[in-house]
Write a protein that binds this ligand. Structure first.
Ligand code: ADP
Length: 544
């Protein structure tokens, strides 16, 4: 017998409809390229998104078509999220920090016919446009008409590729009266992995997976947005849908504060204070820069209560630094293929009373699985590891918002109940908290012993002279591999390699202490803010 309950499709458009009706005056604040702050509400945004559906139809976009965006976080990008997915097309967010060659490749691979772009990326579009003449029919600049003129020569497009102004198209468009209803399993978004090895691969989200993920990250034991929250996503909307915040925030009526391209610490702090932000979300590199700025300037946060970190390990020293500033730092773990949040570190009864150092030790764990997804680690024998906080294994996961293959790569498809290998290595403790030790390709194995690069980096960042650190494996005749540490000094400090090495004594086993410490001005970061260890290995590991 079937249950006697209403069956309604889980559609992304239902989020913005709810926000417009029940949180109509909740704000979306955006900083434009020129620094200007503009305000809108969910009610106005929903209306413009319905107009935008009309624009998309005029541009020839049909159900299932991919539509590309090359844009920072803004109200306009949010309108695009809802209009594109809402009409049944696929919102393909492109990371502008990828190599131009990769961007051209993925536009071709996805067959995007229309590209929406921030004016600041005009030179990038102009550079790749000639190679996309056969695919792209239109480029729409997210700008006012008066901002189009200065673009002129900077955005010379090949014949057959039209150039449009976003606000002019919207002005001329007819408001669509309704949001269409279709199968919740329809594709809604497309995001390519950063392709550190090989070509980028496309992860194709569905309306259903995006909604279930948003419901869950809004749980009290996860990001936990509320109608009273004012959240600033530093994580870009091209990085795994800004970790689901563009869906989770309107779902509960939380105000969204969008920083645009102004991501330096001074701009972020100004926006946080000016817009009464209480939660902000981003990668550790952003937080390291912000905390260093706070230390140097002596500034304090006026409203910020909590930051959420993800994308790379949250250093212990950062948790402590935020605590000193009166801000709680928490973290989640996941990847493009997992929508992304799989685990989140919030207390259980067994960990709720941890204090001081013990709390910091716990805070650097990646967290426990949300309902709807599951995790496990497989040891070298292929069996699931014991949840003892010590037995290390390859982490895999499965669930409602985990990819079952890559776009247009049928050979990568796995079964609905299969475990997806994440490429991360870690341990799970008796309370079910996952702690990553490494990405499998970054593991360091010395004389048969595994050394966690994450642990070494965590300790190094705790040194008062060190701002950022990366540990890599260097080939070694006797031991196979030895850890090599590369550090960036904190401004005004000069770390001495011997002093940094000595700092490890008693904190890790002797064999894990890096043999060599190299001080550099800057570490290379990839398109999603992660340290590029492959590049470091090429530069430093063979030089010993
Ligand atoms: P990429 O395209 O570089 O894979 P993702 O954002 O998908 O970009 O990266 C996912 C990877 O980032 C994970 O597999 C993991 O190695 C790392 N990662 C994400 N969150 C965390 C975290 N909280 N702690 C440690 N590593 C993390």
């Amino acid at each position: 017998m079937l249950g006697l309950m209403q069956r309604r499709e889980l559609l992304i458009s239902s989020i913005i409809q709810h926000a417009a009706r029940h949180h109509g005056d909740a704000e979306v604040v955006s900083r434009r390229d020129d620094g200007q702050i503009v305000r809108t509400t969910y009610e106005k945004l929903e209306r413009r998104a319905r107009k935008l559906m009309g624009v998309l139809r005029e541009l020839g976009v049909e159900f299932g078509d991919r539509v590309a965006t090359l844009a920072m976080n803004s109200d306009r990008h949010l309108e695009l999220y809802y209009a594109i997915s809402g009409m049944g097309a696929v919102c393909h967010t492109i990371n502008p920090r990828l190599a131009p060659d990769d961007i051209a490749y993925i536009i071709g691979h996805a067959e995007d016919h229309v590209l929406f772009v921030d004016a600041c990326f005009a030179p990038l579009v102009a550079a790749i446009a000639p190679r996309l003449a056969a695919v792209l029919r239109a480029v729409v600049v997210l700008a006012e008409p008066y901002e189009m003129k200065p673009l002129g020569a900077r955005l010379d497009l090949p014949p057959g590729m039209a150039l449009h102004c976003y606000e002019s198209l919207l002005d001329a468009a007819r408001e669509e009266p309704d949001w269409p209803v279709f199968d919740e399993n329809a594709a809604s978004g497309l995001c390519y992995t950063s392709g550190t090895t090989g070509r980028p691969k496309g992860v194709l989200y569905s309306h259903r997976s995006s909604l279930l993920h948003a419901f869950q990250i809004n749980g009290a034991d996860a990001v936990g947005l509320r109608a009273t929250t004012r959240v600033l996503p530093v994580v870009p909307m091209f990085h795994v849908n800004a970790w689901g915040l563009p869906y989770a925030a309107p779902m509960v009526g939380a105000a969204l504060v969008m920083p645009g391209r102004h991501l330096d610490p001074v701009a972020l702090l100004g926006l946080m204070d000016g817009e009464r932000v209480d939660l902000s979300v981003g990668v550790p590199t952003v937080w390291l820069n912000l905390v260093n700025h706070m230390r140097q300037s002596g500034a304090r946060f006026s409203t910020l209560k909590r930051i959420m970190s993800g994308g790379a390990a949250l250093p212990r020293a950062l948790v402590a630094a935020f605590a000193e500033l009166g801000v709680e730092a928490c973290q989640g773990w996941g990847m493009t293929e997992t929508s992304p949040v799989v685990t989140f570190n919030e207390p259980k009864p067994a960990t709720a009373s941890l204090k001081g150092e013990a709390l910091f030790d716990h805070a650097i764990k990646q967290g426990r699985a949300l309902f709807g997804v599951d995790i496990r680690a497989l040891g070298p024998d292929g069996a699931e590891t014991r949840w003892d906080g010590k037995s290390q294994g390859d982490v895999s996961c499965r669930g409602h918002w985990i990819a079952k293959g890559y776009f247009r790569s049928p050979e990568t498809e796995i079964a609905d109940d299969a475990w997806f290998p994440t490429g991360d290595v870690g341990v799970i403790d008796a309370n079910g908290f996952l702690q990553l030790t490494d990405r499998s390709k970054d593991l360091i194995k010395s004389g048969g012993e595994w050394i966690s690069s994450i642990e070494l980096e965590n300790i190094a960042i705790g040194h008062p002279d060190v701002a950022e650190a990366a540990a890599i494996a260097a080939p070694d005749e006797k031991w196979g591999e030895r850890p090599l540490l590369i550090v960036v000094p904190r401004e005004g400090h000069e770390p001495r390699p011997d002093d940094v090495r000595a700092f490890f004594a008693g904190k890790v086993a002797n064999f894990a202490i890096p043999d060599q410490v190299i001080v550099v001005e800057e570490l290379p970061h990839g398109a999603t803010g992660k340290i590029l260890k492959s590049e470091l290995r090429t530069i430093y590991a063979s030089r010993r």
